[in-house]
Design a protein around this ligand. Sequence first.
Ligand SMILES: [Zn+2]
Length: 139
Amino acid sequence: MKHCRKHRLPFLKRHRKCMKCIREQFVLWRERNPEKAALQGIRQRAKRCGLTYALTTESLPKVPKVCPVFPWIKLKWHKHEGRQQDDSPSLDRLRNDRGYEPGNVRWISWRANSLKKNASIRELSALFRDAKKVRSLHD
Ligand SMILES: [Zn+2]
């Protein structure tokens, strides 16, 4: 049985790497290819939600410097796995009745995307009016 010297774990079948080596390799790949890694996640989510997925790295718009919704947020990829940060790029669908297709997506901040989710204009306006009313009572 061959072992990985670094992690002291057995090599996987047909690999010269152990489980942890493969994990490390994947993390590194994600760091070097954040857009491709993001697309993988989006493809899985699209499948789960029954949305069309027809994106390729080539058809994907470039990540802008700042969030088009919240221009005070500079967009950047975060190295480490785990929770998304407010300034992480997040793919937003322009039309809710269409899937992840070229021409129907743009990058915005995770913060903006998580607030917006699938809210309608009516809901967003109501939120805005309510927030203003509540704040004005307490300022
Ligand atoms: Zn290893």
